[in-house]
Unconditional design. Structure first.
Ligand code: PBG
Length: 335
């Protein structure tokens, strides 16, 4: 290129392509559709029960009939996948979280209720971790000092994964950050014939202050003593996230997740650039609550801010996002 053709202002005006709606649409690099959304749902006991979660305004726990109704709603909205989390009654919790292995626990019953309602029209992603079932609120088995044991926990996670796969789960999502669990779960699924059950690993999950409302929703906040820093990652680290992702992929993860979402988009981008695999992010409960608090305070327009944040996940490289705003956003996108 000669200097004569080395265009500068005013030949180059980046505002030109922004000047009309049609031109902005034509030049848009990232699009958000309902197919990018995974909708997390909280399951509770009973019939006809809807329990609003006060720290997550607009989000409720639903009994099985309500879960089935949400599944139909999601199918109609074009949302491809639901993520399930159980609110386990205190009397079903124990130190070893053995309710996770009960074939009739809330999680398995919810999977079956969704199948009865919508068949295979939607994917069901199930969380694998013991915290909804333990009396101490940690994600694994603990020793006398309260340390979360890795290998004994992984054995439980294998049983939990098989239990969910038997009930019809499509995507097993280990969220506990134990070492080695993806490979051992994959092997167990293969041996049991669940060759098409996927694993979406919470590969880079941080010990975050953004999970508080979720712990209310599953009923573990009051139980949890201490924190999860011996297994979840230090928010200061990103090279370590790449090691976590590399290991989980080597062990057979089909896709990986980064969690929380917005404060960790740099991690999403690094993972996507390094590994070129499907990356998902979880816009977690504290992020949702912050947006809703801003809306309630009159300092943000919900629709605009939700669309902007979810578009940012796509721009950073996400294949999809777990968000409590999923149904609302899908309605917006569907007009
Ligand atoms: C636990 C789990 C957590 C979330 C998903 N799975 C909480 C935690 O690690 O304490 C958080 C999700 C959210 O905050 O929305 N295995």
């Amino acid at each position: 290129m000669t200097a004569a053709y080395h265009a500068r202002y005013p030949a180059i005006r980046l505002r030109r392509t922004r000047s009309t709606p049609w031109s902005r649409a034509l030049h848009r690099e990232t699009t958000l559709t309902p197919a990018d959304l995974i909708w997390p749902l909280f399951v509770t006991d009973g019939v006809g029960v809807e329990q609003p979660v006060s720290s997550l305004p607009g989000v409720s726990r639903w009994s099985l009939d309500g879960i089935a109704a949400r599944a139909k709603e999601a199918v109609n909205l074009g949302i491809p996948c639901l993520a399930l989390f159980p609110h386990t009654q205190a009397e079903r919790r124990s130190a070893d979280g053995r309710e996770a292995l009960n074939p009739d626990n809330l999680m398995c019953s919810a999977i079956r209720a969704i199948r009865d309602a919508v068949g295979q029209q939607i994917g069901v992603l199930t969380d694998v971790a013991l915290d909804p079932y333990t009396s101490h609120g940690q994600d694994g088995l603990i020793d006398d000092a309260g340390y979360v044991l890795n290998d004994a926990t992984v054995e439980m996670l294998v049983g939990q994964s098989l239990n969910q796969a038997e009930a019809g789960a499509d995507i097993i999502a280990p969220s506990d950050m134990m070492d080695g669990r993806v490979g051992i779960i994959r092997e167990a699924l293969e041996n049991a014939g669940h060759i098409n059950v996927q694993i979406m690993s919470y590969a880079a999950k941080y010990a975050s202050a953004f999970y508080g409302p979720f712990r209310d929703a599953v009923g573990s906040r009051g139980l949890l003593k201490g924190d999860k820093q011996t297994y979840q990652m230090d928010p200061a680290n990103s090279e370590e996230a790449l090691r976590e992702v590399a290991l989980d992929l080597a062990e057979g993860a089909d896709s990986v997740m980064v969690k929380p979402g917005l404060p960790y988009l740099d991690i999403v981008r690094r993972v996507k650039e390094r590994f070129a695999v499907p990356v998902f992010a979880y816009q977690v409960s504290g992020e949702y609550a912050m947006i809703e608090a801003a809306v309630a305070a009159g300092t943000a327009d919900r629709d605009a801010i939700v669309l902007e944040t979810l578009t940012a996940f796509k721009r950073a490289g996400c294949s999809g996002v777990l968000t409590y705003h999923a149904a609302h956003v899908a309605r917006l996108l569907n007009g």
